[in-house]
Design a protein around this ligand. Structure first.
Ligand SMILES: [Zn+2]
Length: 195
């Protein structure tokens, strides 16, 4: 028995080392580095108290209170904190819930999700992947083609109406995205499209 145990020990060590390596490489959401990081004081200075409560403290604005509920122009709904494009007006629908609703994000990479138990049951929280701003929640009772309902707080979003310049910038961005990572890293795109 002793002989066998001795032989098993190195295997156990290898397994532990492997497990540690896996943990180290794991994508732990809360430890994810952000492209935009600011101190609490900086966010408070930049945002209104309502915007701060929603985006940085995960508050939910009252139903039918959101200023973007009546926004019906064509354009992009951006993160109020960092300006990342989050939802297109093309994916907007009238859910009747009292919150601005979308059936898809502008780009999968621009948002991230996490499970939230704030109300005592599991809901899927949606955040801006660039700055970590809380945006709202996503539910699986949305319309086709995705069947998803992104239930968003207006306070977390700002609307940028489509203009020829923003359309060209979006097209340019989409083309850059399809390039291999090395090529796009070589020539950095400007952070902000002309307004
Ligand atoms: Zn953001």
């Amino acid at each position: 028995m002793k002989f066998r145990a001795l032989h098993l020990a190195p295997i156990g060590l290898v397994a532990s080392a492997l497990a540690l390596a896996l943990v180290a490489n794991g994508q732990e959401p809360s430890a994810k580095p952000r492209k935009v990081t600011k101190t609490d004081a900086e966010w408070r200075k930049q945002l209104t108290p309502n915007q701060y409560a929603v985006t940085r403290q995960a508050a939910t604005e009252p139903a039918f209170s959101g200023k973007l509920l009546k926004e019906h122009r064509k354009g992009v709904f951006e993160c109020i904190c960092c300006g990342t494009a989050l939802f297109s007006s093309k994916a907007k629908f009238e859910s009747g819930t009292g919150w601005r609703s979308f059936f898809a994000p502008y780009a999968e990479a621009n948002i991230e999700t996490d499970t939230d138990y704030k109300l005592g049951y599991a809901r899927t929280e949606v955040r801006c992947s660039t700055c970590g701003a809380h945006l709202g929640h996503v539910f699986d009772d949305g319309p086709p083609p995705t069947g998803l309902r992104f239930c968003m707080n207006s306070a977390a979003l700002k609307f940028a109406q489509d203009t020829p310049a923003t359309k060209a910038a979006a097209k340019d961005k989409a083309e850059k995205k399809s390039e291999p990572p090395k090529a796009s890293a070589a020539k950095e795109a400007p952070a902000d499209a002309p307004k």
